[in-house]
Structure formats: structure tokens, C-alpha cells
Ligand binder design. Structure first.
Ligand code: FAD
Length: 353
């Protein structure tokens, strides 16, 4: 499955199925570890780390990613999330504090987007073939969509906390939670936290389309992160940003799709209709203090479409960059909070000042 990914100044050449390590760095070189995870790709780039500081780092990267995968994956039958989805009782189920933080973020952003971002959307995601189940060979019928929609709704999920820990509870036995929209950001934040624990101060880490950078690149310049032009034919930058220590995530409807009966179906589902979105907003990028926060907002904005996404970004004071397909080509829009991050854009808003 093609994963939407924010491109970097260095193209990521990935060896299928295994992790790739660069040789220990000379002074101005980068150390790079990359590989596959969560059905997409991860990449860790360190600027000029002392060679002796790298001991055991790859193993710890694998540990962090495996831990997150075993918590959040709906593709592993024995993950914490899959076990919660398989459980059809109403008793609270134990989850980790990190997972509770993710669910709390998802519930908060879900409510602010009016339910456009809804992590209980799993039955619809699977019905349209974007989860672990196979793609449908014919269009789902309205009654199939209605039946799946009846199992969706943030109000059916409840987080609680007591002296014994954090708990997740559902009031619909067959509620199916899908955390894919925040999983990449969650794992990216954990890779950044690992770099901090290991004392690295100049790094760029990413999982799929979520990225965090800190400090300066190996060339002693700000890390440059590109927002891709929304086409599945080329890898070209629409704009370049300096994250200034923030997280960024992009959600797009032009890579992760398939055609069925002549219709192009995106992996982003509108819970209100039960169908894949089909409006002209093709890419939503968010910059926030964490990659998980950014990753939570981008999908909700994609569901809302251009005008409602602009209004929500302004109402919430979000750093948002939207690309909309028009008859005249792609139109971009950057919220006031996003503009200070743009260092190069085909239509760099700062150039117009
Ligand atoms: P985003 O726009 O960030 O998220 C879209 C995804 O969120 C959709 O794919 C859907 O799952 C869900 N979604 C759709 N509409 C909504 C909505 N309205 N509200 C909330 N969520 C919505 N994929 C594989 O093919 N193989 C794997 O083994 C695999 N393992 C995974 C393990 C983990 C822990 C996670 C989190 C995901 C895994 N995935 C796997 C899924 C894959 O990584 C996701 O498709 C991808 O993360 C989606 O990211 P995105 O940036 O493309 O889309």
C-alpha cells in the first residue's frame, strides 16, 4: 500500500523488509537508520553523532516501534487494540498511559472536528477495504454502509483512570477502534523521545507522513522538510518548511486509494456519510507541538473539506497548510500560524508581504 510520506532533501532508499544502517558518520555526515513499520516506513537521521554514542541505538529504535505496533495495530490479532476490539463486553479494559494519552487526544480532536475525525470509524474503514480486510469487489450497498455506521460514534468510547491505572470502555459490543490516523505521529513522538533520552540534540525522525526535527542538519542548517505536491506521479515539493522543533503530519487523498467500478475511493472516510471523501481538498498538513497532535488534526481537516477546514484552523489557531485541486491546478492556503515555518514555497506567502 503506497504510504503518503513527507519527502526529505535526501530520498529514502529502503531495502524491503529489513532495516538499513548507514556507516558510522565522519564529522559532517549524517547517520541514518530506516526500515518498514506499521505498513509504512520509518527513518531516523542524526547529524554528526559521536560514533561511540550509537551503540545499541538500532535495537532501541526497533523496540520502540515494536512496542507501539503491539499496542495500536489492527493488523496484529494479539495487539492491545485488537484484543479490545475483539472483546465484546462492557467492562473497562486496561491500557497503557501512553495509549490513554493517544485516545484522549483523539477524543478531544474528534469532538473539535464535530466527529469528522472519529477513531471508532473502523467498521467503515474495513467495509471500504482500507483496513486489514480485503478490498470489496463491488461497491458496498447502502444497507451495508448503514449497518457499519450504526457501529460508529465517539460517544460509545470512554476513557477512565483510577489508582490501578487507565481504562478503555465501550458501550457497543462490536465497536471497532482504528487508531491508524494517529499511529504514525504517536510512533514518531516516541522515536524523538528516544533520541532525547540518548542525548542527541540534532535529529530528524519520521514514521510515514509524520516528522519531528530538532537542532540543525549535518550541513549546520535548519532541517528542510518538504510538503509533497499532491500527485501520485512525481515526488516534487509544493513547499519546504523548517519545523523549528515541532512535529508535522500530512494527510492526503491522492496516494492511498483504489479504483472500483470507475470511481476513485480514498482511504479517508466521512463518518457522516459512511463513504470515502470525494471533495477537492487533496492534502492537509498540520504543524503542532507533537507529531501525534498534528497527525490527529490532518485527517479531520481532510474530511471537512477546504472551506470548513480553513474555518476550523482559524477558530482553533492551528498551523495548517491546505492544497485544493481546482480547474486552474492546485491552490494552496496557509493559516497565519503556518506561515512562519515556510522557508520556500512556490507561493511563499511571506514573499507576498
Ligand atoms: P491518515 O490520513 O493519517 O489516516 C487515515 C487512516 O485513518 C485511514 O487509513 C483509516 O485507517 C483511518 N481513517 C479514515 N477515515 C478516518 C476518520 N474520518 N477518522 C479517523 N480515522 C480515519 N497498514 C498495512 O497495510 N499493513 C500493516 O501491517 C499496518 N500496520 C499498522 C500498525 C499500526 C500500529 C498502525 C497505526 C497502522 C498500521 N497500518 C498498516 C495502517 C497504515 O499505517 C495506515 O494506513 C497509515 O498509518 C495511515 O496513515 P496516512 O498518513 O496514510 O493516513
Amino acid at each position: 500500500m503506497n504510504k503518503y510520506a513527507v519527502i526529505f532533501t535526501v530520498a529514502a532508499l529502503l531495502l524491503a523488509g529489513c532495516d538499513k544502517l548507514s556507516p558510522p558518520p565522519s564529522h559532517s555526515q549524517a547517520w541514518v537508520a530506516e526500515g518498514k513499520t506499521m505498513g509504512t516506513f520509518y527513518r531516523v537521521t542524526l547529524a554528526s553523532p559521536p560514533p561511540d554514542a550509537l551503540v545499541g541505538l538500532q535495537e532501541q529504535i526497533n523496540q520502540v516501534l515494536n512496542q507501539d505496533n503491539h499496542e495500536l495495530s489492527t493488523y496484529l490479532q494479539d495487539s492491545v487494540l485488537s484484543r479490545f476490539n475483539q472483546y465484546n463486553g462492557a467492562e473497562p479494559q486496561p491500557i497503557s498511559s501512553a495509549m490513554a494519552d493517544l485516545v484522549s487526544t483523539a477524543l478531544r480532536i474528534g469532538a473539535k472536528t464535530g466527529g469528522a475525525m472519529d477513531i471508532t470509524v473502523g467498521p467503515l474503514v474495513n467495509l471500504w477495504g482500507f483496513g486489514p480486510d480485503k478490498q470489496p469487489v463491488s461497491m458496498p450497498t447502502q444497507s451495508q454502509i448503514d449497518a457499519a455506521r450504526a457501529r460508529v460514534g465517539l460517544g460509545h468510547l470512554r476513557l477512565s483512570e483510577d489508582v490501578n491505572g487507565q481504562w478503555l470502555q465501550k458501550d457497543l459490543p462490536d465497536l471497532y477502534v482504528d487508531l491508524s490516523t494517529l499511529g504514525e505521529g504517536y510512533a514518531t513522538d516516541h522515536l524523538a523521545a528516544l533520541m532525547e533520552r540518548r542525548g542527541f540534540t540534532r535529529y530528524l525522525v519520521s514514521v510515514g507522513g509524520a516528522v519531528i526535527s530538532r537542532g540543525l542538519s549535518p550541513q549546520d542548517k535548519p532541517w528542510r522538510v518538504a510538503i509533497q505536491k499532491p500527485t501520485d506521479r512525481e515526488v516534487d515539493a509544493q513547499a519546504i518548511v523548517d519545523l523549528q522543533g515541532h512535529g508535522i503530519s500530512t494527510s492526503g487523498s491522492y496516494r492511498n486509494y483504489y479504483e472500483l467500478q470507475g470511481k476513485r475511493l480514498s482511504h479517508i472516510i466521512d463518518p457522516a456519510t459512511g463513504r470515502p471523501i470525494d471533495h477537492k481538498l487533496v492534502s492537509a498538513t498540520v504543524i503542532a507541538t507533537t507529531a501525534m497532535e498534528a497527525d490527529g488534526w490532518d485527517t479531520g481537516l481532510m474530511v471537512l473539506g477546504t472551506e470548513k477546514a480553513k474555518a476550523l484552523a482559524q477558530q482553533q489557531g492551528l498551523a495548517v497548510y491546505l492544497i485544493t485541486k481546482t480547474d486552474r491546478g492546485f491552490e494552496t492556503w496557509a493559516s497565519p500560524q503556518f506561515k512562519p515555518f515556510i522557508i520556500e514555497g512556490l507561493d511563499d506567502p511571506r514573499e507576498k508581504h
